[in-house]
Design a protein around this ligand. Structure first.
Ligand code: FE2
Length: 179
């Protein structure tokens, strides 16, 4: 299976036109790649899962991510790859693999970190302090749409401290995400 970024990007941009969603997909890709490297996994495969995880969202927001297979199968993506993406459905029942846990764990968190950076005068992720992210986690009025529980649950599932998880994803985004 071809898990190249070039191919994944071309499919993604065929199905997603909204810039914020494209940015979100790239942020999740960056976090997935960073965790793949940390865990000694296939960086390209994990990155492609991240980049394509919301490929059906613009067309099927209600049924997302159940249309992933229909979109990706004709392009030669394996059943395993498609399941990896479909597993980030909130009501997914089977036990999640490490990759699947990371996907769920970084999905909401990347958006939250970017929201924290965007309210800074310099809009910089690099200068964003962990302390300030933790404070905003408790501020319910801030980035209301982001589900804090899913973020906490993500760290729990990975068996790491919440602060460590947030710090790791922030560092990955600071390095590679263009805000
Ligand atoms: Fe997402």
């Amino acid at each position: 299976m071809d898990t190249s970024r070039e191919k994944a990007w071309s499919i993604l941009t065929t199905h997603v036109q909204e810039k914020p969603l494209l940015n979100h997909c790239q942020a999740v890709e960056i976090a997935m790649r960073a965790y793949a490297e940390k865990y000694g996994e296939d960086v390209e495969y994990w990155g492609a899962v991240g980049l394509l995880h919301d490929v059906d969202f613009e067309k099927y927001p209600e049924e997302h991510p159940s249309h992933t297979g229909q979109i990706l199968q004709p392009h030669g993506y394996t059943a395993e790859f498609i399941t990896d993406i479909e597993s980030h459905a909130r009501d997914w029942v089977p036990e999640r693999s490490l990759l699947q846990k990371v996907l769920l764990g970084v999905d909401e968190l990347t958006g939250f970190i970017i929201a924290c950076a965007l309210v800074r005068p310099d809009k910089s992720i690099e200068n964003l302090q962990l302390k300030s992210i933790m404070k905003k986690m408790k501020d319910k009025a801030f980035a209301r749409a982001v589900n804090r529980e899913t973020i906490v649950q993500g760290a729990d599932m990975l068996g790491i401290e919440l602060q460590e998880h947030i710090e790791f994803v922030t560092a990955a985004l600071a390095k590679d995400f263009v805000i």
